[in-house]
Design a protein around this ligand. Sequence first.
Ligand code: SME
Length: 164
Amino acid sequence: MAEAFNDLTLPDHKAARYATVAQEIAAVLEGEPNRTARMATIAAMLAASFDHYFWTGFYVVDPDKDRELVVGPYQGSLGCLRIAYGRGVCGAAATTGQTQLVPDVHAFPGHIACDGRSASEVVVPVFDAQGELIAVFDVDATEPAAFDEVDAAWLETILKAAFS
Ligand code: SME
């Protein structure tokens, strides 16, 4: 059945879609050194690939501030402009350097509600080739528990290939 084949709630089908979009992203980014262009392309291509992505984008490390993220390229409704390290899910990813998989944002201490429709999210830290944190990549969904280890692992792979 075509519907079953395309059912991205099934982990194998979702993984296959990530594998395809990862190749497409790599092809589009080939030869483009500009970091903003790379981030904008990744946000746009991932947001267009998955129906469960409601807000998709980067919070970049602000070199002019002490331990603060500032919004970067994104797709979706208006995002908060700044997030201090340690605040909310993005701040936790920046502080720990670990991917945050949050099935219920309302249960996450200090969650920042940029858009009240967000119910679950995954945030992946992004490092440069020297291992320095340059950004976090945040994806929100309106459904609870919309993300799992398949999303987290593929996002880590795509972001590592693009920036590390
Ligand atoms: N939910 C995030 C804030 C960013 S937005 O949702 C776009 C957080 O708590 O870090």
